[in-house]
Design a protein around this ligand. Structure first.
Ligand code: ZN
Length: 99
């Protein structure tokens, strides 16, 4: 009777210990997984500055803004000095070459 009563209690205690060990193991696994993710994030962070530097190093074609004394011909789409303006058609400037 006494052994029958003690046996289940011992099993319960063992189960509790087992589950605790399991939890510990799981916690370690979670930490390991988290560590891997952090490492991946760090790798990404290291890659980003390099990408920015590469973009800055690339030669960029700078489009100069049109000057106030210039106009763009509506036919040849070239920017001419205002002195080359022949006439305007429907409000669109036309250079002497196209006129
Ligand atoms: Zn033109």
């Amino acid at each position: 009777m006494a052994t029958d009563y003690d046996a289940p209690r011992r099993d319960e205690a063992d189960l509790g210990e087992d589950s605790l060990e399991e939890l510990k193991a799981r916690r370690v696994d979670t930490q390991a997984a988290k560590l891997d993710l952090d490492e991946a994030d760090v790798a990404e962070t290291f890659e980003l500055p390099g990408a920015d530097l590469a973009e800055e190093g690339e030669p960029t074609v700078r489009v100069l803004p049109m000057q106030s004394d210039e106009f763009r011909c509506s036919r040849c789409f070239l920017v001419h000095h205002r002195s080359q303006l022949a006439r305007e058609e429907n409000g669109e400037p036309i250079c002497r070459e196209c006129a």
